[in-house]
Structure formats: C-alpha cells, structure tokens
Design a protein around this ligand. Structure first.
Ligand code: WT7
Length: 647
C-alpha cells in the first residue's frame, strides 16, 4: 500500500513531556542562529575545549571564490575533546562498548580512562612509524575499537586520516592512497563480518603492489589468520605497542587545519577527497549529536554505520565522544547469525538511541515482526535513520514495531560534504511526517531553487541548495579546490548545491526526493554512475556502457548497467557474470551490479549523446512513459531494450 506522505505522526506525549527542547525553543534558537550567527556560534563553540578560544565564528564566502573559515583564530585538538577531557572528568564512564560479529564472543568495554591510554599509545606508535603533523594516513579497518583509536590517534598528533571502507577493492584503495599521497596505511590482518573473513591485509598488499610506495603499514591482529609481512614496511600493532608508553601530548591545531579526508563519489570523474577541518567540524558534530538525538548522560548510543562512511566519522568517532557519551560499536551485520541481531543487541546492552539506515530497516521489515518483538526494546528512547530517503512504509514499521509507537523517529538528512546533520525533526519537539526529514538544524539555511536557480517560496519542489555556510561544511576537495568550486558552487551562483531534489510543505518540512545528478544511492552508499561505467569500459570486451539507478525494494536503488560489447563478442550470460565480477574487482563488493543488460546499441541523440533519461525509465519498469523520444537517432534501439529489460 502506498502511504499518504502528508500524514502527521504526533510526538508521543511522554516524549513531549520529557523533551529538552520544545518547538517554541527551537524556533527562537533557530532564528537566533541566523540573525545573530556570530554570537550563536561562539556560544556553541563552548561545547568544545579550546587551547586558544576563537574570537570570530564564520568568515566565509561562496562567490566569486569559495573560501570557508570558521573559528579561524582558535586552536584546539579533536582527540583531546573526544578523549582526554572525559578521561579527567569521567574516567570510569564507558566510552566504547564493542559488540563482536559472533554473538558468543567476548564484548569489549572501554572506559574513558582506558580509551585515553590506548589512544595515546596508538599515537606514539604512529610517531615511531614516522608519521608527523599534516601527513595523510590511510585507514582500512574492520569495525573494531582500533579503527576509532587509529582515527583519534591521527587527530592527536595532527595527522590527517583518510578512512577507506573495507568493502572497497585493492584498486579503489590504491586510487585513494595515491589521491592524497598517503605514505602510511593502518589495517588489520582480516575483518569479520557476518561469519565471513575479509582479507584486508592481502588487499592492502595488492593495492601497494607495483603502485604507490608506502613508508609503513601497521597491522592490527584481529582474526589471527596468516598474512604476508613485508620486512622494513609492515609491522604488527601488538608488537609496536611493546616499545611505547601512554604519554603523548595532544598537538595544538589551528581551527582550519585539516582533520580528515574522506573519498566520496560524484557525478563525474574519480571519487573526490572531501576535506574537513578541525574547529568547525568538532563544533558541528558535537552540537548536532546533542540536539538531534536529545543526548542525555545515561544514554547508550548505537550507530550502525561503518567508520568507512561519513556517518561513522561524525556519529561514531567524533560526535558521541565529543559529548563524553557511551556508545556501542558493532563489528557485524544486521542479519547474522539471524535477522534479530540488532534487537538482540538492543536488549543485551539496553541501547537507548539507535541510528541506522533505511536499507537495514527494509531488509529487517521483510522478516516480519517476530524477530523484533521477541526482544525487549524498552530501553529505546530515540530511533534515527540516515543515508537515503525512507519510504513511509518502512518509517511506520520502524516507529510502530521497533519503537512500539512510543519512540520519536528522527529522519536525518545530510551528506559527506555537510559534516553532520542538516535537516531533521527534534525528538519531543516536533511532530513527525513519515518520509519527511523535517526542519533545518540551527544555522542551516536551505533554499529550493528551480532549474534556472530562481528561489521558490513556500510550498515548493525543486533543487536543494544551502545559501549560507555552517561550521561543519567541507572546505575543499583534496588537492583540487577548483573542482570543489565547480562541483558544488557553480550550478547556482553563490549557493551550495547538494545534488538532491527536495519538496517543502506548508509547515516548512523538507522531503528529499533523491539525487538529481548522476549519482545513485545504493543501500545508503553513494555511487557515481560514471565510476561504474569507467570500470566497465576497462574490460577488453566492452565497447560502451551506461549505468543508471532503478528502484530496489531493499537497497533503495540498484545498479543497472547497459553494456555494448565489442563487435564479434557474444552476448552470453557468462559475459554478464564476468562483467559483474570485473566491477567488483575494480571498485569492490559495494559496487556489485544488480543487472548487466547486454545490448547491441544504446539510445542516442542524433549528436551521439546517450539518452540516460530513457535508460532510467526502462530500468525502472516505466517504459510506457518514456516521454519525448523524437530526438532519438534510431527509435528501434529502444524497443529492443524494452524487450530485454531485466529489472
Ligand atoms: C546523500 C549523501 C549522510 C550520511 C550518509 C550518506 C542521501 C542522506 C538522507 C535522508 C533522504 C538522504 C542524499 C544525500 N541522504 N540522508 N535522511 N533522506 N536522503 O552520506 O554518502 O554523502 O550521501 O544521501 O541523497 O545527498 P553520503
């Protein structure tokens, strides 16, 4: 059944009574965040310890040259803020509870005192490896505490981390190591996920083989399976620990010094290394975490994202720890050993805030209510979702079954480039609308523009832009500021363009309708269609490829590849399988195509441009509404494609 997406789900009375922010308080604070932005942000900066307090907040412009600075005369250290200050104030409070892949294996509990000592020792190991301030360090790790340690250890000594998700291939890893000229890699022998082992060290070896030369590779022993260690380059973390102590000062960093680089796909070219800096990012993640999840001291926060994505940066490594919170991290996957795993974890540890993705919610919803209801979820206080538009049906299931209809759901819209949450309802303060993310966070000025860049007022639908900077905004693309400008600020003069389409209703709520560029969102992971196409044409049998997204019940969008083989190559199912494996090898399992559609020709205009609009319609099963096809060079091509559609 298609749900009416304008229904209002009122805030549960209990949540309302209990809320730390009312709708009225939100309105006042939001207005102040825009009208008195300097004063507002200088006071929000008080959430962070500064070695030198900033005297200015925002100093930015989007045009003619993009130059974004926040708190620019301040000095701080991100690791101090996430670790040391809590090790002093609340040393016995748990920082990280690490739930293993195997439910019968031991849980690790790390209090702030231990976190500080472990991270300081990790940082000393990095120093011994030769890492110094400003160096880029690639982290390719499973979801274990050491992944977070590695990030914080870099921050402690002023090194810039670049985390690469373990689901990327050696080829993709190599590109990301080369892209930021990183001479250090931190990895594990292997990772465990859903009972399977992922050969991380072997992938690092393959990435470095004949490619970039790394000065040092640090290997954390996780599974104990045999790996090849290259003498002079590779060293074991547990051995390196023997010669270091836990005394390592936090380097004073300028607010605008880079904290990390994170690669993300765009509509063109290779993935971009998005650069986040220290001061603004810390203020943004600390404040959005506190507000969007209405964080309280006795909460147990569980974000299911991997540190390889921005969610794992802002709401695993930085936001919760900056608040001195206790968080659960999970090594495994939602459906192993069975589909009640999340709910079993919620019961076992008494999780109070759960933050996950629509794709996981849809996959678990398919298994029915029983795996959920057999576990006690009375500890849950807030449910969050992120990563892609959530369909109202999944939203309702999450709210009704997981939260027993009693728990506020926050649908948080944001992006790698925004650093933290931008649109959401606030728990307890705002009524919810399934499928609608909600209202802007403090300091966020969204704008809907038409295709000519004209701002639309009131109820509207169009392209989502942000008209003013906010502290968590990305500052650049690593090594290519012109590309940063070109990608985000050139479509609509003077505005940050998100690449998303959106609607705004009469209450000022925003609903994201999806990407309006050639980026698809597969299980909440961003994938540039151009990237998949480049991988396909690298195959010797491929003449041409066009990749589009299509609606997928679980993943949100699936990857549909139209491929024209070279003349004389047979269009067989073997070739399809080979091309699927080829894309996995080039990009990684995250980019595995759902459909390979071999075709003798692609629909083109007379000037030879591929008509992707038509390809999207066919893949999406909408071939009866192809729209204007009069510019097609050869209309017969389309009929053949429709006949051969696989989705
Ligand atoms: C794109 C950003 C933000 C962390 C994870 C993804 C889509 C994200 C929502 C949401 C609708 C959403 C957008 C956005 N998106 N959250 N709540 N509702 N769409 O980060 O990989 O940078 O992808 O994800 O299309 O542009 P990302």
């Amino acid at each position: 059944m298609i749900m009416d997406d304008t229904t209002i789900v009122p805030v549960p009375a209990t949540a309302k009574a209990d809320a730390s922010c009312t709708a009225e308080q939100y309105r006042t604070a939001y207005a102040r965040s825009l009208d008195e932005s300097e004063a507002f942000w200088l006071s929000q900066a008080g959430r962070i310890d500064w070695m030198k307090k900033p005297t200015v907040a925002g100093n930015w412009k989007f045009a003619p040259k993009v130059d974004i600075k926040w708190f620019e005369d301040g000095q701080l250290n991100a690791c101090w803020n996430c670790v040391d200050r809590h090790a002093i104030a609340t040393p016995d409070r748990m920082a990280i509870i690490s739930e293993p892949d195997d439910p019968d294996a031991a849980v690790r509990r790390i209090d702030y005192r231990t976190l500080k000592s472990d991270v300081a020792r990790f940082a000393n190991v990095l120093k011994e490896m030769g890492v110094s301030r400003g160096d880029r360090v690639t982290i390719y790790m499973p979801m274990i505490a050491e992944a977070v340690y590695a990030m914080l250890a870099c921050a402690r000594i002023g090194a810039v981390h670049s985390v690469v998700f373990g689901g990327f291939s050696p080829e993709a890893l190599r590109g990301r190591i080369e892209g930021c000229d990183s001479r250090f890699v931190i990895t594990a022998d292997a990772g465990r996920r859903g009972g399977k082992s992922i050969a991380l060290k072997a992938n690092v070896d393959a990435a470095l083989d004949g490619g970039p030369s790394a000065d040092a590779v640090l290997v954390v022993r996780v599974t104990g399976e045999p790996v090849t260690m290259t003498p002079g380059r590779d060293r074991w973390y547990h051995e390196a620990l023997e010669s270091v102590d836990d005394d390592c000062p936090c380097a004073p960093m300028n607010a605008e010094d880079p904290l990390f680089i994170l690669y993300t796909s765009g509509s063109t070219g290779k993935p971009k290394g998005v650069v986040h800096t220290t001061g603004g990012y810390m203020v943004w993640t600390a404040s959005t975490f506190a507000h969007a999840f209405d964080y309280r001291e006795d909460d147990l926060f569980f974000c299911t994202a991997d540190v390889g994505w921005i969610t794992g940066h802002s709401y695993v490594a930085y936001g919760p720890l900056a608040n001195g919170a206790t968080q659960l991290i999970f090594e495994g996957v939602p459906n192993h050993p069975d589909e009640s795993r999340f709910w079993q974890i919620v019961e076992k540890h008494k999780v109070s805030i759960l933050y996950t993705a629509p794709t996981a919610i849809r996959a678990l919803m398919r298994e029915g209510d029983a795996p959920v209801t057999k576990h006690d979820r009375s500890s849950l206080r807030i449910l969050g979702t992120v990563g892609e538009p959530i369909n109202p049906e999944a939203w309702r299931w999450y709210h009704r079954v997981v939260g027993d209809g009693q728990v506020p759901v926050v649908d948080t819209w944001w992006q790698t480039e925004t650093g933290g949450i931008m649109l959401t309802t606030l728990p307890g303060a705002h009524d919810m609308k399934p499928g609608w993310a909600g209202l802007p966070m403090f300091g966020v000025k969204p704008l809907i523009v038409d295709n000519d860049g004209r701002p639309l007022d009131g109820e509207a639908e169009g392209n989502l832009c942000i008209s003013e900077s906010w502290p968590g905004q990305a500052r650049s693309v690593y090594g290519d500021h012109a590309r940063f400008h070109q990608t985000y600020f050139s479509t609509y003069e003077g505005l940050y363009f998100t690449g998303d389409g959106a609607k705004r209703d009469a209450d000022g709520y925003y609903r994201i309708t999806g990407r309006v560029d050639d980026v698809i969102n597969v299980s909440g992971h961003r994938m540039g269609t151009a990237e998949v196409e480049s991988a396909l044409v690298l195959h010797g049998d491929v003449a041409e490829a066009a990749v589009v997204g299509y609606p997928h019940d679980i993943k949100g969008q699936g990857i549909y590849c139209y491929v024209t083989p070279n003349a004389g190559v047979a269009m067989t199912s073997e070739l399809e399988a080979e091309l699927r494996a080829h894309v996995r090898k080039e990009i990684g399992p995250v980019a595995t195509p759902d459909h390979i559609h071999l075709t003798a020709a692609l629909p083109k205009t007379r000037s030879g441009k591929i008509m992707r609009r038509i390809l999207r319609k066919i893949a999406g099963g909408e071939s009866d509404s192809l729209g204007d096809t009069s510019t097609l060079a050869d209309p017969n091509v389309v009929d053949a494609l429709i006949a051969g559609c696989k989705a």
